[in-house]
Design a protein. Structure first.
Length: 343
């Protein structure tokens, strides 16, 4: 395997992955913007962080495939298919792809069309499924876990789950990512890790709404616990087990994302509760994956007859202008059959 590792994406998490990799290897990062490429290569500054001299930025996507056998695509889910199709001419079965995108692809439809169409499971893909659809790469993995970018960039200790069907992917990823402040745990439940990583952003939106209303930890802990159950029911409906949801990629990531103002999804929920419009929030933030995931999960669950009350209420708040306190009252009175119903 080539010693140089590729990263696609220079958002906060893409930059974080590149920084982690630079502790162990040379890194080639793709940015489609030439001005950004030139600026970073000249100054080694990005997002308020001084980047390692081992990080080089390129606007030539071909270099990523031609010079790197191990590649980390870390871009928003809405752009993932387009990027993979553009990368495809430069990769082959010898490559290893480990993505860091926590969301879903919607094949054949725009998210904006979801109010007027019915979607099924076949229309919704995880990023690993999308890579399998569009390339001949076999060895695929994903990063999932409590990875708040700002904390990692500040040098605080953290960990991630690297999920893959292949031990060699886990070994390769662990080798290039691990450091004294960053641990990598392996998992063979790729689908579970991806579903958990995507769905927890919805619960983080809900938790942020509670935070924006200055509600306490009692109701927040109730939301997170019941939200975890909802995540597991959704995951088992889509063909995985509860195991991944009860580990770092599930409850671990959920706690971090649903309690920290460094989480874009939590912060979005706070701002909605404080009266800002979603359009304004999206204009002034990096991509908030939970909003797109909320639309997809809500419509998919409706069309397969699955009742997910937290997601349904958050959807009504954000897209139907439903009163937040009425939604909280509904959820507080919701007749859950028992405390733990997913084991």
């Amino acid at each position: 395997m080539s010693e140089k590792v590729g990263v696609i994406g220079l958002g906060s998490f893409g930059t974080t992955v590149a920084t982690l990799l630079s502790n162990n290897t040379d890194v080639l990062v793709y940015s489609r913007r030439q001005a950004q490429t030139d600026q970073i290569n000249q100054t080694h500054q990005h997002l308020g962080v001084t980047l390692s001299e081992r990080i080089e930025v390129t606007s030539d996507l071909a270099r990523i495939g031609n010079e790197c056998n191990l590649i980390f695509p870390v871009i928003p889910s809405r752009n993932f298919r387009e990027m993979i199709c553009a990368l495809n001419p430069y990769i082959n079965p010898s490559h290893v792809l480990i993505h860091g995108t926590k969301g879903f692809d919607l094949a054949g439809y725009s998210v904006e069309d979801l109010d007027s169409v019915e979607i099924a499971r076949k229309h919704v893909s995880t990023m690993s499924e999308l890579i399998q659809q569009e390339t001949n790469v076999v060895r695929i993995g994903c990063l999932s876990g409590p990875n708040l970018a700002r904390e990692i960039l500040d040098g605080q200790p953290a960990a991630t789950v690297l999920a893959s069907d292949f031990d060699e992917v886990i070994v390769a990823g662990r080798k290039v990512l691990s450091s004294k402040n960053f641990s990598v745990f392996g998992s063979h439940d790729l689908k579970g890790a991806e579903l958990a990583g995507a769905y927890k952003n919805i619960i983080a939106l809900a938790s942020g709404i509670l935070g924006g209303l200055n509600m306490g930890k009692n109701i927040q802990s109730l939301l997170i616990t019941k939200g975890l159950g909802e995540m597991i029911r959704f995951g088992t409906q889509l063909g995985t087990t509860s195991k991944a949801f009860l580990g770092i990629a599930g409850i671990g990531d959920l706690i971090a994302t649903a309690t920290s103002e460094n989480s874009r999804n939590y912060k979005c929920g706070m701002r909605i509760a404080q009266g800002e419009t979603l359009a304004h929030i999206q204009e002034t933030s990096e991509v908030i994956e939970g909003v797109r995931t909320l639309k997809i999960v809500h419509q998919l669950a409706k069309n397969i007859g699955m009742h997910i009350p937290i997601t349904q209420m958050i959807y009504k708040i954000i897209f139907d202008e439903y009163d937040i306190r009425d939604a909280i009252t509904y959820l507080m009175r919701y007749p859950y059959a028992q405390d733990v119903d997913f084991i």
